[in-house]
Design a protein around this ligand. Structure first.
Ligand SMILES: [Zn+2]
Length: 349
């Protein structure tokens, strides 16, 4: 079968190659790939900056934002041939730490977790893949190709859960959320903000292309100025850019008692221009919380599937701005200015 692989940490090693069928020990559920989303992590792996092959292997099958169709459910009673499914990305560490032991592998404390398509486990960019039934999430058939958004939606679902669990440490009635960055994560975060009944604002630097209208069609407000100039006093800021200056401005701009949730990791390493003592003054005197959020566990995947199923399908479909065929791997991994979510499409839904 065909698979898209890289040699991790080696730039220019991306290729579409002929690989053996997935090994039975990878899971009893055999799945035909439909589509796999491409995100910043995949591009970092392709550029040779990140990623680990499985022990004893040189190459890694890419891809962690999966959508497929069950070919053989194996002994899993909850699945049948033809079901649309996505695969959970992370697996608990082997120790396991307390969090992994209770199924909170997204909160792993020793870093020895593994991740499909990223860290020591092959990903989903192959014509067929296998998975354990307990890591398989059924996708409502009404979603069709939009099920490929389940992985980023699971990440956003966890971020919102973090925001609410932190906010509820005191009396808290959030009304306004500012989302910084209108990429796929930011737009899905805005969608969940709308589903939570909040007044949603989204800040991005682009003034053209599909983003402004996507935000407006959610009933949200699009801004292109800066966090300081938006002047909203938001109760929640979901930060999706990873840019130091925007993070610093968010800490200043969030309302007293508010929550800044960081979901993006910057690559520039630039020091934000806010002295640490000022961070303390903002956070201490304003009862503010800065919380980081990464990955997702099974509960988030389940809730994400429900949230996607509730959402307006025509709005969701506008997030998929480009579909590429596996034969054009190089085109797929080059992002265009107006791309939101690019997917590698292996088969029709
Ligand atoms: Zn762990």
């Amino acid at each position: 079968m065909k698979a898209i692989t890289v040699e991790p940490l080696r730039p220019l090693s991306l290729r579409l190659s002929e690989e053996p069928e997935p090994a039975e020990q990878e899971g009893s559920v055999l799945v035909e790939a439909i589509a796999v989303g491409i995100c910043g992590t995949d591009i970092e792996i392709v550029e040779g900056e990140y990623g680990w092959a499985a022990p004893g292997k040189k190459r890694l099958v890419l891809g962690h934002e999966s959508l497929g169709r069950v070919l053989e459910p194996g002994p899993a009673r909850a699945l049948k041939a033809g079901d649309l499914v996505a695969g959970i990305v992370r697996r608990p560490d082997p120790v396991p730490c307390g969090n992994c032991a209770v199924g909170e592998w997204d909160m792993c404390r020793n870093g020895r977790y593994t991740e499909r398509g990223i860290k020591e486990l092959d990903g989903f960019m192959s014509e067929r893949w296998r998975i354990e039934p307990e890591y398989t999430v059924r996708v409502d058939p009404s979603l069709g190709i939009l099920g490929v958004l389940l992985e980023p939606m699971s990440v956003v679902t966890k971020a919102w859960e973090q925001v609410f669990s932190v906010g509820h440490r005191a009396f808290w009635e959030p009304r306004t959320v500012l989302v910084t960055g209108a990429g796929p994560v930011g737009l899905l975060a805005a969608l969940l903000g709308q589903q939570h009944g909040l007044d949603v604002h989204v800040l991005d630097r682009v003034e053209s292309g599909p983003k402004p209208k996507l935000v407006a069609d959610l009933g949200a407000t699009y801004h292109t100025s800066s966090v300081a100039k938006v002047a909203l006093l938001p109760d929640v800021i979901i930060e999706c850019t990873g840019v130091g200056e925007i993070i610093a401005a968010s800490i200043r701009a969030v309302a007293p008692g508010g929550v800044v949730c960081l979901t993006g990791v910057g690559r520039s390493g630039k020091v934000p221009n806010i002295p640490t003592a000022n961070v303390a003054a903002e956070v201490v005197l304003g009862n503010k919380v800065i919380v980081g959020s990464v990955n997702a566990n099974k509960r988030h995947w389940y809730k994400a599937e429900a949230a996607l199923t509730r959402a307006d399908k025509s709005w969701l479909s506008r997030l998929l701005t480009r579909r590429e065929h596996p034969n054009d791997i190089f085109g797929a991994f080059k992002l265009h200015r107006e791309d939101i979510k690019v997917v590698m499409q292996f088969a029709d839904v």
